[in-house]
Design a protein around this ligand. Structure first.
Ligand SMILES: Nc1ncnc2c1ncn2[C@@H]1O[C@H](COP(=O)(O)OP(=O)(O)OP(=O)(O)O)[C@@H](O)[C@H]1O
Length: 327
């Protein structure tokens, strides 16, 4: 479990200061895959550096498991960091060491005996799908293979949390998918909690079960991904499953219908026409398999020949059919 409480990080800047992280509170349950999405400059890297104790916050607390990082001494912090794995956008491998040598490195630093180290490295090579490449140097590996080495190295000491800092931003779309799927598989097999910071909505859509949206140093939304995606007012939902500009609605009232269920949405749309006499035109829509469910958002323009309709009845009919809407 990760608990962040009122975390603020202020950097001095020229004559003034920059608040890179501004009063952020976050909760990430054990074993979850949690994505922190934000544009460049939103404060993601600074937040990640505070979570991994590479940076001391100006104020606030970070608790990982049962350890409150902000109260630890330098040596206690080093020990706490052994319980965290990190992977990076540019892999940060040692070019003079083979894949196996890179994976073994943190175990050497921690003084793990040679025989135990080689057994663990062999296990990790298998886990990340690098069979046959253990003796290759980073310069002989593709970007995706380098990130597999990075993941294996991060997992070497059995961390409680795997932190991923823009881990797929340097990879092409197909390799990105493979690496994300690998992270998801590792989470399922080992139960390691995963925290990803990213500016790519695909990362959150593909593997996360929880997410936060960061803007100008603040977390403006956070929670269970399915709850956010089925909340018609969610900004994160608009980013992850965009459904078109309300201005394109033309005649009628533009509303978003959100659902996380089977194929009943077509029936719901026709019921709006049959039962309530509404004209419904579809402006835009997106349906994706997210967190193991089929999740959809649909922007429709609603109008009624008489100019008004029973909004409460429509809202409760939709709610009965597990379709969320804000009317
Ligand atoms: N060491 C520092 N000194 C001064 N200002 C900093 C420092 N590190 C970050 N900042 C400022 O804090 C803000 C947030 O930066 P941060 O790198 O955390 O954002 P980000 O969301 O990770 O962006 P990017 O994806 O571009 O790295 C920015 O305005 C940045 O200029």
């Amino acid at each position: 479990m990760i608990e962040v409480t009122s975390l603020t990080k202020v950097y001095p800047s020229g004559a003034g200061s920059v608040t890179a992280v501004d009063d952020v509170s976050l909760h990430v349950g054990t074993g979850r895959i949690f994505g922190i999405l934000g544009r460049s400059g939103a404060g993601k890297t600074t937040l990640m550096r505070c979570l991994t104790a590479l940076e001391r916050p100006t104020s606030g607390q970070v608790t990982i498991g049962d350890v409150e990082l902000t109260t630890l001494s330098a040596s206690q912090l080093r020990a706490a960091r052994h319980r965290m794995g990190m992977i990076f956008q540019h892999f940060n491998l040692l070019n003079s060491r083979t894949a196996a040598g890179n994976i073994a490195f943190p175990l050497e630093v921690q003084g793990v005996p040679a025989a135990e180290r080689s057994a663990r490295v062999a296990e990790l090579i298998d886990l990340v799908g690098l069979q046959g490449r253990a003796d290759a140097f980073p310069s002989q590996l593709s970007g995706g293979q380098k990130q597999r080495v990075g993941i294996a190295r991060a997992l070497a000491a059995h961390p409680e949390v795997l932190f991923c800092d823009e881990a797929t931003s340097a990879l092409d779309p197909a390799t990105t998918e493979q690496i994300l799927d690998l992270i998801k598989e590792i989470n399922a097999r080992t139960g390691v909690t995963v925290v990803l910071i990213t500016h790519e909505s695909e990362v959150v859509r593909r593997i996360c079960d929880g997410a936060a949206l960061m803007e100008a140093g603040r977390v403006v939304e956070q929670g269970d991904l399915l709850d956010l995606l089925t909340d018609p007012t969610s900004r994160l939902a608009d980013i992850l499953l965009p459904v078109g500009d309300p201005a394109l609605a033309g005649v009628g009232e533009s509303v978003v219908l959100s659902f996380a269920q089977g194929n009943t949405q077509e029936a719901v749309i026709s019921a709006l026409t049959r039962r309530f006499g509404l004209d419904v035109s579809i402006v835009g829509g997106a349906v994706e398999a997210i967190a193991g469910r089929k999740v959809g958002r649909l922007r429709v323009a609603l109008s009624h020949p008489e100019g008004h309709y029973d909004r409460a009845a429509v809202a409760s009919y939709l709610a009965e059919h597990e379709v969320s809407v804000q009317l």
